[in-house]
Design a protein around this ligand. Structure first.
Ligand SMILES: [Zn+2]
Length: 448
């Protein structure tokens, strides 16, 4: 552990014999946005001991060592990305920490064997090498020739190790029992028919239903990968508790079936993960100027990024752009118009007290670990969501999805000290979350 030693000094201050405890870390006179949605508290001190926030006050401080001067700075909780994948976790984890993402949720991936999950968890559990805390599901439950194995061809997928190709609902009980031995948040079921033509067949409803029934026997939740209204309703009707994309779903608030689906989710204390940035990532090859943003280039060298724009990537982007234009009835792609309906739905869901969190699907092309979570927040702000709500979605709501809201997701006494110190106010513009001064995980300043 690279943690600074806890120094307990009995200081006898001049003219006063009070004992004062020196804290492992103290952030003084900072503007605090605690993640719960409570108004910003100006000029407070945040005291950290043993990796946790010990107290918060606004008195004149006496400690002089291990003090970070927070004057004119803003403190927010470490961010969660509730949907990432990685095939190179040492590199990707370091980038996540660089951009203030101190916890991630990984719903499977092409290398995700039980051993790979364990290795990621273990690096997430320490704080000397930059890495976020890792929460994850089981391997994908899907079928052969379906998403994502067929649509995102990779030789890494291995039946029984990184993915389960279901052929019969009778297999499901055994497979759920098998994965339930591991510290997973729940079962990942992939319903989707693919991101762009040519589409594949969806997993049948009966399979999704059975997965939910079996998962319940082990008190496991189901995390459904759905990315249109049909798949959304399939997931809800089966009884899934979590929808790990909102992109592609477009709720009709006058449609009885949609309204009862939303009510069903509210009843089961469900969570919806946004991942709107996926649509933006698809369009990157048509916008090379997006690769030149200085904040992106801090961790992703511009030359390497330009090399990713291959003729293949451009042609895929053009196909998807056509599809988006058709879906939204647009002549030209206009970012505001694409995201506005989705953000309005998200606002509506938040108004009904749905737990909605932020995710990116980073690990896919032009979807950057760490940086894209800030893009996600910018898209939500562009669509009109208040900055305070966006920050709460990326912190407190995410901890609620992981059922760790007692120890993470907000800056309050007793909670683990995962914090980001910003040089500018994220409430005036959410893009100020990229003006990162210091990232702290477990009370330890992280190397960026
Ligand atoms: Zn994904």
């Amino acid at each position: 552990m690279n943690k600074s030693v806890i120094v307990i000094l009995c200081l006898i201050s001049l003219g006063c014999s009070n004992q004062s405890i020196d804290y492992e870390l103290l952030i003084s006179n900072v503007n605090l946005i605690d993640g719960t949605g409570k108004p910003m508290q100006r000029g407070v001190n945040v005291y950290i001991n043993n990796g946790r926030v010990e107290k918060i006050d606004s008195v004149q401080i006496e400690q002089t060592e291990s003090v970070i001067d927070g004057t004119d700075k803003y403190l927010i909780p470490g961010l969660f990305d509730c949907h990432i994948h990685t095939t190179n976790y040492l590199q990707d984890f370091s980038n996540l920490i660089h951009y203030g993402v101190t916890s991630v949720f990984i719903p499977g991936g092409s290398l995700c064997t039980n051993e790979y999950f364990a290795a990621m968890r273990s690096i997430g559990n320490q704080d000397s090498v930059p890495a976020p805390r890792v929460f994850h599901t089981s391997q994908h439950f899907t079928m052969e020739g379906r998403h994502p194995v067929k649509t995102y061809g990779s030789s890494n997928w291995r039946d029984g190790e990184t993915v389960f190709f279901l052929t019969d609902t009778a297999q499901i009980a055994r497979l759920v029992k098998q994965v339930a031995q591991y510290p997973i948040m729940g079962i990942k079921v992939t319903i989707e028919d693919g991101p762009a033509p040519p589409f594949v067949e969806r997993i049948p409803q009966g399979f999704v239903d059975k997965i939910v029934v079996e998962a319940e026997k082990y008190e496991l939740e189901v995390f459904a990968h759905a990315s249109d209204n049909v798949e959304f309703l399939m997931a809800v009707n089966a009884g899934a508790q979590n929808i790990i994309h909102y992109v592609g779903i477009d709720l009709d608030w006058t449609n009885e079936e949609h309204l009862s689906a939303v009510n069903a989710l509210l009843d089961r204390d469900a969570t919806i993960v946004t991942t709107l940035v996926i649509d933006k990532s698809f369009l990157y090859p048509l916008h090379p100027e997006w690769l030149e943003v200085p904040a992106l280039n801090e961790a992703y060298p511009v030359d390497e990024l330009h090399e990713m724009i291959t003729p293949q990537a451009i042609s895929r982007a053009e196909r998807i752009a056509e599809m988006i234009k058709q879906d939204y009835g647009l002549d030209e792609i206009a970012m505001e118009k694409i995201f506005l309906p989705q953000v309005q739905d998200i606002q509506q869901l938040l108004d009904q007290e749905m737990n909605v969190t932020l995710g990116t699907d980073a690990g896919n092309l032009f979807n950057f670990h760490g940086y894209s979570l800030h893009e996600e927040m910018q898209l939500l702000e562009m669509g009109g969501l208040p900055t305070m709500d966006i920050l709460k979605m990326g912190t407190f709501n995410a901890a609620r999805m992981m059922h760790v809201q007692d120890s993470l997701g907000s800056i309050e006494p007793g909670k683990l000290a995962d914090l980001i110190l910003l040089d500018a106010d994220p409430l005036t513009s959410i893009s100020n979350t990229l003006k990162i001064n210091t990232v702290i995980k477990n009370g330890v300043v992280q190397k960026r």
